[in-house]
Design a protein around this ligand. Structure first.
Ligand SMILES: *Cc1c(COP(=O)(O)O)cnc(C)c1O
Length: 393
């Protein structure tokens, strides 16, 4: 059993590249070059240097003493919240912009929902002096004003998507259209382990630095590189893919993915794809997604903007299908409670996405000696308004 992508771009029955004919040359160019670039020692050197000096890696692996006592296990937090820009997303945008330069691209496009991937993209475009256009649904632009302004401060052009519901799906369509019209000079930076092959594998490799560091840090802390559990929240699945990556074949390590149950799995307002989704094609790959009986994508809901996505990446669909990863879900209330608990016990206000991963600590059965790594994907600064509106602290 392998959990990695095969030569055809599939993870079991999921993955592939379901794209309009006109996008084929762009995606094919990426597919034929990405592994050679990734494996080039010069590329690795450049990537590692920026992760160290610009992103601030390695991020600490922190033993959370008071949280451990409360949970009844040995809980370590992988501090992706301490990355520059406040979350793991920048690991991927650094990797992709270096790759884009290797391919001779001069311009970058991206789509963004809540704006976090847009900000991580605008950040690396400023760093490299490259032109940046970010497509964002008009409705999302109104909901996420601060991120729109952040992107503009960083020098990016934010283009409103005015079709459909004017949210993420429509922004993705606009970005694809732009890419079709500018195939030679433009690279499209996708923000999670989603999209047509080779994006899911490429993004997973860029994020795999997370579990590479966890292995070394655990070896130092406890004398063995593997924990008993790794827990991560799953929107598209990139922070989880990075945290699982080097443990996928190590069955001693129990892997847990936490999805957003929103107002509850039966409420009609959630984003719990493995619980509610069925196979279909989304954003260019075959995966699990929430859809109506006639195949219309269902608008997802979560209090956390980063988990508000109707599908998951094909790697995760396969990990779910094979049972390698146990998926659980946490409601808005459970996640907010877990976010407040971490704030009070450890002095760390987590992103609400990451709070979903923390909520799973109440749902799993640990023994006192179990070593549990929770991937703390981001910091809560961006979510202050949501914490204030929720109010129960
Ligand atoms: C975007 C985001 C997520 C969800 O994206 P994945 O691709 O599933 O990792 C999770 N946490 C934070 C802090 C985010 O910004």
């Amino acid at each position: 059993m392998t959990y990695q992508v095969d030569e055809r771009g599939y993870y079991g029955k999921f993955g592939g590249a379901y794209i309009p004919e006109m996008l084929y040359p762009n995606v094919e160019e990426l597919r034929t070059h990405y592994l050679d670039i990734w494996n080039d020692p010069k590329f690795q050197e450049e990537f590692r240097a920026l992760l160290r000096d610009y992103v601030g890696r390695p991020t600490p692996l922190y033993y959370a003493r008071r949280l451990s006592e409360a949970v009844g296990a040995q809980v370590y937090l992988k501090r992706e919240d301490l990355c520059h820009t406040g979350a793991h997303k920048v690991n991927n945008t650094i990797g992709q912009i270096l790759l884009a330069r290797r391919l001779g691209k001069e311009k970058i496009i991206a789509e963004t929902g809540a704006g976090q991937h847009g900000v991580a993209t605008a950040t690396v475009c400023a760093l490299m002096g490259m032109e940046c256009i970010v497509y964002m649904g008009k409705v999302d632009m109104e909901r996420q004003r601060p991120n729109v302004e952040r992107m503009r401060i960083l020098g990016a052009t934010v283009v409103p998507a005015l079709s459909g519901n004017m949210t993420l799906k429509d922004a993705t369509n606009e970005a694809m259209r732009h890419w079709i019209n500018h195939p030679t000079d433009t690279h499209y930076i996708i923000g999670s382990v989603v999209g047509p092959h080779p994006y899911p594998d490429m993004v997973a490799r860029f994020q795999s630095v997370i579990s590479e560091e966890i292995k070394m840090q655990l070896e130092q802390a406890i004398g063995r590189p593997h924990p008993d559990w790794v827990i991560a929240c799953v929107g598209g699945g990139s922070n989880a893919a990075g945290a699982y990556y080097h443990y996928l074949d190590d069955v001693r390590v129990k892997l847990v993915g936490v999805e957003a149950a929103g107002h509850g799995l039966d409420s009609g307002e959630s984003a719990a794809t493995t619980a509610l989704g069925r196979p279909g094609v989304l954003h260019g790959s075959k995966t699990l997604l929430m859809q109506t009986d006639d195949g219309q994508v269902i608008e997802p809901y979560s209090i956390s903007a980063g988990l508000d996505y109707p599908g998951i990446g094909p790697m995760h669909a396969h990990l779910f299908d094979t049972g390698r990863v146990q998926f659980v879900s946490a409601t808005d209330d459970e996640a907010m409670g877990a976010g407040i608990r971490l704030s009070r016990l450890e002095g760390i206000i987590p992103a609400i996405e990451s709070a979903h991963a923390l909520a799973a600590l109440n749902k799993l059965k640990f023994s006192k000696r179990d070593v549990v790594v929770v991937n703390l994907s981001g910091r809560g600064d961006k979510d202050l308004e949501t914490y204030i509106r929720w109010g129960k602290y």
